[in-house]
Design a protein around this ligand. Sequence first.
Ligand code: FAD
Ligand code: NAI
Length: 467
Amino acid sequence: MADTYDVVVIGGGPGGYNCAIRAGQLGLKVACIDKRGVFGGTCLNVGCIPSKALLHASELYEEAGEHFPKMGIEVKGLSVNLKGLMAHKDKAVSELTKGIEFLFKKNKVEGIVGEGKIVAPGTISVTTKDGTREITAKNIVIATGSDVAPLKGVTIDEKQIVSSTGALTLPEIPKRLLVVGAGVIGLELGSVWRRLGSEVTVIEFLDRICPGLDLETGKQFQRILTKQGMSFKLSAKVTGVTKKGKALSVTVEPAAGGTAETLEADVILVAIGRRPYTDNLGLDEAGVKRDERGRVVTDHHYATNVKGIYAIGDVREGPMLAHKAEDEGVAAAEILAGRAGHVNYDAIPSVIYTYPEVATVGKTEEELKAAGVEYKVGKFPFTANARAKSNLTTDGFVKILADAKTDRVLGAHMVGPDVGNMIGEVVLAMEFSGSSEDIARTCHAHPTLSETIRQAAMGVEGWTMQM
Ligand code: FAD
Ligand code: NAI
């Protein structure tokens, strides 16, 4: 007889594993299927965690070489041991993925390694190394995530022409790295290899980097990255790549068409976005609707058009972020358990983990203008923050946007040291429908970088005080 579950989650990334764990906590009989062999999805295996391990280590390396001497600390014989660096990254990944197995046991989640396919609503076939078995479930949650978007005419071999996955495991530091796409992956992994010694050129189709960013924040960010040595070719597209001995010859054209030029590179990183992943999942047979971008269509309770089938995370609409997937997983499990699961899409932060970091939440100035919302701006630079000055980390600023009539915080945009940790304060204020005055009148410890947020909030009503 087939096994029957209350919930079967297909996909064990941050959406899927958090959904399964929460369902287990709420007393539902739950299984989570993943074909990767290790739970944790893109995020833990080939995404957030390995990239942050390399970003952190390479940032320390650059700091030791360039900033320590400015603070009177001499370092002799500093060098990179790439194998050691990769071993550090792999250890972080393996410890965290093991942590999920532990959490599954603790919360009574059955983890199944295999490929899941929806045969009919309520029935899933799972192909494991031992064969195929069928399981039945009152509810199925699709959490199959996303995969690399391909670039027409360029074949990724994960050796010389790599996606983010190959860029996390390069065996040598490339002399010349060409990055296609000035988005989050291109700038984070481009930063890693630039710090380790590569000449990095970024080709971007649009006329700006990170197109979704608040315009002023994006421009400041590009200036800082350029100062660090990264080169940008905006409004340009790669139209072909050919091998030239050990190197690659890359044809680049203006985005609007025109005369092509040829660049040489040793490695190319293709990072032009990700696409929802639903291959071999049986969605057409089951009649599950997808939109024009291939994303599974759901209502605000994550239900698809087919009764008993739900979807969360990268595979549905919204930002492709681990914490968004996680929150949707928890909300979906709570809804399936008869509770009131909910995600506030106006307060989802987004962080780029370069140095300095970029952190944003809520609306950009451009979005507010387009929506005709009257708003006030408070801004404060890190050059005027005492802690940033004494740490020699003065690049960047904090900008707070508040409703001109009610003072409610509508957005925050930051470039600067550790802003990825600092943004949480503004997210919390927004969750509580807080005003800029609420932040401005909250006591902040001195001397901390977080005082920059307070001063920016004070700036909304024009009473910024620090130097
Ligand atoms: P995924 O994590 O993609 O998990 C889906 C899982 O489903 C996969 O393990 C896959 O093997 C499995 N699967 C698919 N089909 C089947 C099937 N038929 N049967 C069984 N299993 C199946 N986000 C952040 O918030 N912060 C970051 O710093 C960050 N850094 C990133 C860095 C990189 C290089 C990349 C590529 C992404 C990064 N992201 C980051 C994005 C983040 O990884 C994703 O948003 C997140 O993993 C999405 O979670 P998910 O659960 O929806 O899907
Ligand atoms: P992205 O959407 O962030 O950036 C892709 C960039 O490529 C855009 O600027 C786009 O205009 C450009 N582009 C598209 N086609 C192009 C072409 N043919 N030639 C040149 N440029 C082109 O996508 P990316 O960087 O691949 O990352 C995918 C997703 O992964 C992100 O959307 C993000 O959600 C997630 N991610 C999040 C991270 C974080 O939160 N720190 C880190 C890494 C990834």
